[in-house]
Ligand binder design. Structure first.
Ligand SMILES: Cc1cc2nc3c(=O)[nH]c(=O)nc-3n(C[C@H](O)[C@H](O)[C@H](O)COP(=O)(O)O)c2cc1C
Length: 193
C-alpha cells in the first residue's frame, strides 16, 4: 500500500550471562526463530565460559542461532537505544551479577544497558535468574527489578507434566518465559489442555 509505514518485524533482545544453564538461552533462540521473531543477542564473557563448559557449541555456532549478534563492549549498538523498537528482552540465564547491575541501573556492558533501556521504555523484561540458595542481597536486587516492572523468573521446573528429560524441563521453562513476552511455542504441553 503506497505511503504505508510497515511495522518492523517482531524483535526480541536476548542476553546470555554467566549463570549455569546456557541451555535456556540456546532454546530461547531456537524457539524465537521458529516463531519468526528476529533475535538480537549479546553474550557476556562469563556466558561464553558457560557455553564452553556446558555445551559443544562454538562461539560461532551460538552466534549463528541469532539474527544479529553484538559484542558486550559495544555500548553504542542499536539495542542500547530506546529508539530501537523491540518486543522486549529475555536474559536467560541471568547471573546474580547481571541481575544486580540491572537492579541498580548499572549499564556497564551492552547486556545490562539493553536491559535498562527495556525497563525505561516500559517494555517487558524477563530475567531467568539462576542461583541458590539466595542471600538478602539477591532478594533485594530481585525486589528492585520487580518494583521497576521487570519480571524475575527463576527457571524452576514443574513436575506435574511428568518430564522425562532435561530437555523437556528446559523447554517448559523457556516456553513459559516466552509466553511472558508474547511469543507462543506451539505444541508445548499446558496444564488443562
Ligand atoms: C560454570 C559456572 C557456573 C556459574 N553459575 C552461576 C550461577 O548459577 N549463578 C550466578 O549468579 N553465577 C554463576 N557463576 C558466576 C558468574 O559467571 C560470575 O558471577 C560472572 O561474573 C557473571 O558475569 P556476567 O553477569 O557478566 O555474565 C558461574 C560461573 C561459572 C564459571
Amino acid at each position: 500500500m503506497s505511503g504505508a509505514v510497515a511495522d518492523p518485524p517482531s524483535r526480541l533482545v536476548v542476553g546470555i550471562s554467566g549463570a549455569t544453564g546456557i541451555a535456556y538461552g540456546v532454546r530461547a533462540l531456537e524457539f524465537a526463530r521458529k516463531a519468526g521473531v528476529q533475535t538480537h543477542l549479546v553474550v557476556t564473557p562469563a556466558g561464553q565460559q558457560t557455553r564452553h563448559y556446558e555445551t559443544s557449541l562454538s562461539a560461532g555456532d551460538l552466534a549463528a542461532m541469532a539474527d544479529v549478534v553484538y559484542r558486550p563492549a559495544d555500548i553504542g549498538a542499536a539495542i542500547a537505544s530506546g529508539s530501537f523498537r523491540t518486543a522486549g528482552m529475555l536474559v536467560a540465564p541471568c547471573s546474580i551479577r547481571t541481575l544486580s547491575a540491572i537492579a541498580y541501573s548499572n549499564g556497564d556492558n551492552l547486556l545490562t544497558r539493553a536491559a535498562d533501556v527495556t525497563l525505561k521504555e516500559r517494555r517487558r523484561l524477563v530475567l531467568l535468574v539462576r542461583e541458590t540458595p539466595l542471600t538478602l542481597g539477591h532478594l533485594r536486587a530481585m525486589t528492585a527489578v520487580t518494583e521497576m516492572g521487570g519480571i524475575v523468573m527463576p527457571p524452576v521446573p514443574a513436575f506435574y507434566l511428568r518430564p522425562s528429560s532435561i530437555d523437556e524441563l528446559v523447554d517448559h521453562s523457556v516456553a513459559r518465559a516466552l509466553d511472558l513476552l508474547g511469543i507462543v511455542v506451539p505444541d508445548m504441553p499446558r496444564w488443562g489442555e
